[in-house]
Design a protein around this ligand. Structure first.
Ligand SMILES: NC(=O)c1ccc[n+]([C@@H]2O[C@H](COP(=O)([O-])OP(=O)(O)OC[C@H]3O[C@@H](n4cnc5c(N)ncnc54)[C@H](OP(=O)(O)O)[C@@H]3O)[C@@H](O)[C@H]2O)c1
Length: 297
C-alpha cells in the first residue's frame, strides 16, 4: 500500500517514517517539498504519487505565535487540511489526520470523549478545529486522531526544553495547575500505523474522531519531576534542579492553555484494540535515545 506522510520532518512525521511496518511504501514530504497550504501543489503531488492513504502530520504548531500569526495558522491548519481533504476525496484516497486537545476549552473535570462539545480558546485550537471540520465536510473516508502533550527525540518539545533548562539553572518554576496526558510521538505513529494496517487488511475503517494519549494524567510539574528523575538515572544530567510549583497565572503566555486536557481514549481501544501506553515507559525510551544519539541540545 502506498502512503504519503505530510509534515514528515516534524516530531510525529519523523516517527511515522521510522516506524512504518513492512509492506507499506511510504513517501514522506517535509514542508519544503509539499506545502499543504498550496492547493495546486497538493493536487499535483497526490495525482502523481497516487497513494491509497495519506497521513497528515503537518500543522502550524506554534501555539503562542499563532495568536499574532492568525492568517498563517489558518492557512495551514484549516485551509491546508481542506486542500488535502478535497484532493483526497477526488482521487479516492483515505486520510488519517492528527488533531489536538486544544479543541476543548479545558474546563472539564472528566476525560474528554471524542463526542464532547468543542470550544477552543485560542487561535491554534480554533484553526485545528476548523481543519477537522474541513476534513469532515470534504472527505468521507477519514480518521481524526486527537492527541496531547507530544514529546519525542526529534524536534522541539517539553522534555528537551526541561533537559536544557535543567543544565542551565539550579531552580525551575513549573506550572502545576494544568492537567493532561504526555504522549510520545512514537506511540502516536504506532497508533496511526495500527489503523493503516487494519485499513490495508479490510479496505475500510470506522471513520470518525478518536482520542489517543499516554497515561496516566499528570501536571506539567509532575512531568518535569519525572523527566529530571529519569534523566539523572540515565546520566543525562549531573544534578536535578529544584522544582517550584507555580500557577498558570504566574506563568502568563500569549495563548491561554487548557487547565484540563485529559482525553478519554476508550473508543480507540474498543474499535481497534489500541491501548494507551505509560508515558513514563515511553519517556525512558526517548531519554535513552537522546543519550545514545547525543540528540540533546
Ligand atoms: N506538539 C504537541 O504537543 C501536540 C499536541 C497535540 C496535538 N498535536 C498535533 O500533532 C500533529 C503533529 O505535531 P508535531 O508535534 O509533530 O508538530 P511539529 O513537530 O511542529 O511538526 C509539524 C510539521 O508540520 C510542518 N508544516 C508546517 N506547515 C506546513 C505546511 N504548510 N505544509 C507542510 N508541512 C508543514 C512543519 O514543518 P516546518 O517546521 O518546516 O514548518 C513540521 O515539520 C499536529 O497535527 C499537531 O497539531 C501536537
Amino acid at each position: 500500500m502506498r502512503v504519503i506522510v505530510t509534515g514528515a520532518q516534524g516530531q510525529v512525521g519523523r516517527e511515522l517514517l521510522l516506524r512504518a511496518p513492512s509492506g507499506f511504501n511510504v513517501i514522506g514530504y517535509g514542508s519544503g517539498e509539499l506545502d499543504i497550504s498550496d492547493s495546486v501543489q497538493v493536487e499535483e503531488v497526490l495525482a502523481r504519487i497516487k497513494p491509497q492513504l495519506l497521513i497528515n502530520a503537518a500543522a502550524y504548531t506554534a501555539v503562542d505565535k499563532a495568536e499574532s500569526d492568525i492568517e498563517r495558522a489558518y492557512a495551514v491548519n484549516r485551509d491546508g487540511v481542506a486542500h488535502l481533504a478535497r484532493a483526497a476525496q477526488a482521487q479516492g484516497i483515505a486520510v488519517l489526520h492528527i488533531s489536538t486537545d486544544y479543541v476543548f476549552d479545558g474546563n472539564h473535570t472528566l476525560p474528554y470523549t471524542p463526542g464532547d462539545v468543542t470550544a477552543p480558546s485560542g487561535v491554534y485550537g480554533s484553526s485545528k478545529l476548523a481543519g477537522e471540520q474541513q476534513l469532515q465536510q470534504h472527505c468521507s473516508r477519514h480518521v481524526i486522531l486527537r492527541t496531547s502533550w507530544v514529546f519525542g527525540a526529534h524536534g522541539n518539545n517539553f522534555v528537551k526544553t526541561m533537559l536544557r533548562l535543567g543544565r542551565e539553572r539550579d531552580e525551575l518554576a513549573v506550572v502545576a495547575d494544568q492537567r493532561g496526558c504526555p504522549t510520545s510521538a512514537g506511540s502516536i505513529a504506532d497508533t496511526l500505523w495500527a489503523l493503516a494496517t487494519i485499513f490495508r487488511r479490510d479496505g475500510m475503517l470506522k471513520w470518525g474522531v478518536y482520542h489517543y494519549s499516554g497515561a496516566p494524567a499528570c501536571t506539567w510539574y509532575d512531568f518535569a519531576d519525572e523527566i529530571f528523575n529519569q534523566a539523572r538515572s540515565e546520566a543525562l544530567l549531573e544534578k536535578k534542579p529544584r522544582l517550584k510549583a507555580i500557577t498558570s497565572a504566574e506563568f502568563p503566555t500569549q495563548a491561554k492553555r487548557p487547565g484540563w486536557s485529559v482525553l478519554d481514549c476508550q473508543t480507540l481501544e474498543q474499535d481497534y484494540g489500541v491501548s494507551t501506553r505509560s508515558w513514563k515507559v515511553e519517556l525512558q525510551q526517548v531519554l535513552q535515545q537522546l543519550g545514545s544519539a547525543s540528540l540533546v541540545i
